[in-house]
Ligand binder design. Structure first.
Ligand code: FAD
Length: 303
């Protein structure tokens, strides 16, 4: 640990919100990942801003995470600063039909607040286990809904250190992409526009989607959801299944037998197992069908 750098961090955040050598397997839904040198839990946009500017001054790499539900962190961990926005930056406010949420608010928590306030439009996101910050980055979506349908604007920190409000129209929201990742922005807050609805209908929709997820997806194992993006004109899971890869295993990582689009941590997988399995699956699909599978899951660290 670099004591001088730690002391500078401690001028920004109280020490109970600064951890060192923090195992990333505790903070990813794959339940893999080695230690992060520094693991910070900021509570305000100003704390994020100050940490980022310190990292830049000191030439220290940094990376923002939400709930780690779309993330594969290397077994060697991360040499730099992780800023975890989930938990500590997760305030949700409702004003009429608009919900304002800090980046670390879970989608499920926002969906619950929408329901309590008789607001419809967010049901599709209730079962996605990420934060609203992570969801803005990749325009998370499910069952015909996507963030693009409900976002009004986001507040971001730019790479130049400025706070900026971006309207939905400027966010370039597409399939698993947005301006946030392209420009290296950090989402700090999002505003969501919903419509008045009936609670029993909102609940029925959420219940229906929950049942569909639990019956089709291997939620009983750690994973990061769909491992690959949907290639145009195909479904990744179907291609993988048609290659005969259901249940195929590398170390403790497995192509789920329940849903081939999911790589799961079946039994004490390492990040290297998961990475190797993903590469083998992609190679096999390319060889058999000539289709390139692009990972949806983000890799962090050295592979
Ligand atoms: P993380 O995994 O923490 O981060 C993902 C990426 O976003 C990283 O590159 C990170 O740097 C970046 N990031 C995170 N927060 C911010 C921020 N505030 N500002 C800038 N960058 C940020 N996804 C879907 O779209 N639809 C689904 O139906 C779906 N189902 C899933 C089911 C399961 C069982 C699991 C485990 C995952 C599923 N996912 C799904 C994937 C995942 O939940 C989403 O991609 C989610 O949006 C990721 O949010 P997160 O907070 O966990 O992001």
């Amino acid at each position: 640990m670099n004591q001088k750098f730690y002391e500078k961090l401690a001028e920004i955040l109280p020490e109970e919100r600064i951890k060192t050598e923090e195992p990333m397997q505790m903070h990813t839904t794959f339940r893999v990942g080695g230690p992060a040198d520094y693991f910070l839990m900021p509570q305000t946009p100003q704390e994020v801003q100050k940490v980022v500017s310190l990292c830049k001054e000191e030439g220290m790499p940094f990376y923002v995470i939400g709930n780690g539900s779309n993330l594969l962190v290397s077994d060697q961990g991360y040499r730099g600063v992780i800023l975890q926005l989930y938990r500590n930056m997760s305030r949700i406010q409702v004003e009429g039909t608009v919900i304002r949420a800090q980046a670390g608010a879970l989608l499920s928590a926002i969906a619950a607040r929408a329901y309590e306030n008789h607001l419809t439009g967010f049901e599709f996101a209730a079962g996605i286990p990420g934060t609203i910050g992570g969801a803005t980055v990749m325009n998370a979506g499910a069952y015909g809904g996507e963030m693009k349908d409900v976002l009004l604007r986001v507040m971001v920190l730019t790479p130049e250190g400025e706070l900026l409000s971006i309207e939905k129209e400027e966010m370039e929201l597409g399939y698993r992409t947005s301006v946030i990742s392209k420009k290296g922005y950090i989402t700090l807050e999002a505003e969501i526009g919903l419509s008045p609805g009936k609670q029993e209908e909102i609940k029925a929709r959420m219940d229906d989607l929950r049942i569909r997820r639990t019956t089709k997806q291997p939620l009983e194992y750690p994973s990061a959801g769909s491992t690959f993006k949907r290639p145009e004109g195909y479904f990744a899971g179907k291609l993988i299944q048609d290659c005969g890869l259901a249940g195929y295993q590398v170390g403790g990582a497995q192509v789920s037998e329940k849903h081939c689009g999911f790589v799961i941590n079946k039994e004490h997988a390492t990040a290297a197992d998961i990475d190797a399995l993903m590469r083998q699956v992609s190679a096999k699909v390319k060889e058999q069908f000539g289709v390139t599978l692009e990972p949806e899951v983000k890799r962090l660290g050295v592979f």
